[in-house]
Design a protein around this ligand. Structure first.
Ligand SMILES: Cc1cc2nc3c(=O)[nH]c(=O)nc-3n(C[C@H](O)[C@H](O)[C@H](O)COP(=O)(O)OP(=O)(O)OC[C@H]3O[C@@H](n4cnc5c(N)ncnc54)[C@H](O)[C@@H]3O)c2cc1C
Length: 494
């Protein structure tokens, strides 16, 4: 029995699923609207500088090792992962500096917090991260009963900030540092449930990693593996409509094609419903239950700077905190305005990979959080991007001691929430689908296999288990397993 699979989108989610299905012998075609694969994991080069335009830090490397194993390969043959002794350097305007390194995680106050967060991990990580949402509770078996003592931590009505304050209340720097982990899935620490304090534990346990040559090498490697396994990858090919009886047909900007037995949709769930599934009866329900009720995650404003100078005070990853974190999240989620005094993240990959910038120079990746675009009152990013970027550079010069930075900039490119919306079809330019706000946040994410759609699956950061490279990769592994189980059952039935 044939199983022709169409994968819509060649982000990490789409490529991972395509590779796993092709490895099992299915005929897979990937449709990607942009000229290059990778989605938000992408690449830019100019004048001897190269930048990863999206993800800059790899966490949970075991997820990728596991994926490569499933593909019958060794990760080290395709990618060189480099552990970072300092995952991040945090700085404040009062001059305080904290390095997130092994000694930091061993501090008695931090170690006490990690013991609490480990309970969250022990109870939920395997069940939640490796299984579909509607099946995770089945993983809570009798043999795991001892872990159930941590249930109150998960089912707590407290926010991440509420618990972080209980541990570090007298140290505002540590409160801000730990609250920042809410932004790993595009959310506010003041509205995200305490269960998400699992994030710093995961970073402490598995460390922060760089991929030699750039994180984009993950996309390049997945593309190569897909091609070796016989996957057809069509770039510059946007799927615009979906229909058909007795198999799905796709209308793309180039042609009408099909039929396909199975659809794996790596497009943001929130834009896929209105664009691809608007005729389907489930679309109206999704509109009511998700689009109208839940909050989009944050977006980002980015500067890619080629800097003709080196700054020894910078680490590979750096955070320059704002003085008023609650106000920052109020602006992001309530006022929905660009931040006036943002926390600034600067990643400099050339610190550990000098080939990524000319000699004596650095490739800066500068990110500040930005609000998702509002439907009724949109920030006019294209016209304000230049001036907004200037303000960020000025803030680094005047508040954090990078005098002369502006004059050292040889190359400057920028990317705004409006670009995320048009280039990757990300809903409202948001990076992770919905923000994880409210006690039930994790359980309200759109399902991997939506009700009422036969042989149709979502993968990627806007569905379960969430955004970020490892979680996206896990979503695709769960979906590939489901498709292959279904395929085997049908083949057995003839
Ligand atoms: C600035 C930034 C920084 C980040 N930092 C990190 C980090 O440090 N570490 C980390 O782990 N994660 C990070 N992330 C998150 C991570 O990049 C994403 O969670 C992940 O790459 C999303 O992958 P995906 O496959 O779900 O979706 P996407 O990357 O969005 O891929 C979807 C693909 O589908 C294509 N597509 C959509 N609709 C169609 C259609 N109709 N037809 C054809 N093609 C279509 C899009 O063009 C895109 O290529 C960051 C993200 C950004 C943007």
């Amino acid at each position: 029995m044939k199983n022709r699979v169409a994968v819509i989108g060649a982000g990490v989610g789409g490529l991972t699923c395509a590779a796993l299905l092709a490895k099992a012998g299915l005929a897979v075609t990937v449709f990607e609207k942009n000229e290059r694969v990778g989605g938000k994991l992408n690449w830019l080069e100019a004048d001897g500088y190269t930048w990863d335009t999206g993800p800059s830090l790899l966490t949970m490397p075991y997820v990728f090792e596991g994926l490569w194993e499933k593909l019958g390969r060794r990760l080290e043959d395709d990618l060189t992962l480099v552990p970072l002794p300092v995952t991040c350097r945090y700085r404040w305007t009062d001059g305080a500096v904290i390095d997130e390194d092994a000694a930091f995680w061993e501090r008695p106050d931090v170690a006490r917090f990690l013991r609490y967060a480990r309970g969250l991990y022990d109870l939920s990580a395997d069940a939640f991260l490796h299984h579909p949402l509607d099946e995770w509770w089945r993983q809570l078996r009798w043999r795991n009963l001892s872990k159930l003592r941590h249930l109150p931590k998960i089912a707590s009505f407290r926010t991440m900030d509420g618990v972080v304050r209980r541990f570090f209340g007298r140290d505002p720097h540590l409160v801000q540092l730990f609250n920042r982990f809410a932004t790993y899935n595009g959310s506010s620490p003041y509205a995200t449930p305490a269960a998400f304090n699992i994030i710093p534990y995961v970073e402490a346990k598995f460390g922060g990693w760089y991929v030699k040559g750039g994180l984009y090498n993950i996309a390049r490697a997945l593309e190569r593996i897909c091609l070796e396994l016989g996957v057809r990858i069509l770039t510059g090919c946007e799927v615009q409509a979906l229909g058909g009886i007795g198999g799905y047909h796709l209308q793309t900007n180039l042609e009408r094609t099909g039929p396909f037995d199975t659809i794996v949709c790596n497009q943001d769930v929130l834009t896929a419903y209105p664009r691809l599934l608007s005729e389907h009866p489930t679309a109206a329900r999704f509109q009511r239950t998700h689009l109208e009720r839940l909050t989009p995650s944050i977006s980002a404003f980015l500067l890619y700077l080629g800097v003709a100078k080196t700054y020894p005070e910078l680490s590979h990853h750096n955070i320059f905190f704002s003085d008023d974190y609650p106000r920052e999240f109020h602006q992001l989620f309530t006022e929905r305005e660009p931040l006036d005094e943002p926390t600034i993240y600067v990643a400099v990959h050339s610190k550990d990979d000098p080939e990524r910038a000319p000699a004596g120079c650095e490739n800066w990746f500068v990110l500040v959080n930005a609000p998702a675009l509002k439907a009724d009152c949109r920030v006019d990013w294209p016209s304000m991007a230049q001036e907004y970027g200037d303000r960020i550079i000025e803030r680094l010069e005047t508040r954090f001691g990078f005098g002369g930075l502006r004059d050292a900039i040889r190359v400057r490119r920028q990317f705004t929430p409006a670009n995320f919306e048009t280039r990757y079809l990300a809903n409202a330019g948001s990076l992770y689908g919905f923000a994880s706000h409210g006690v039930c946040a994790a359980f309200q994410r759109p399902k991997l296999q939506p009700d009422g759609l036969r042989d149709f699956y979502f993968v990627g950061g806007s569905t379960h288990p969430g955004g970020g490279l490892p979680l996206v990769c896990l979503s695709s592994q769960i979906v590939a397993d489901k498709i292959l189980r279904q395929h085997t059952k049908r083949r057995a039935r003839g």
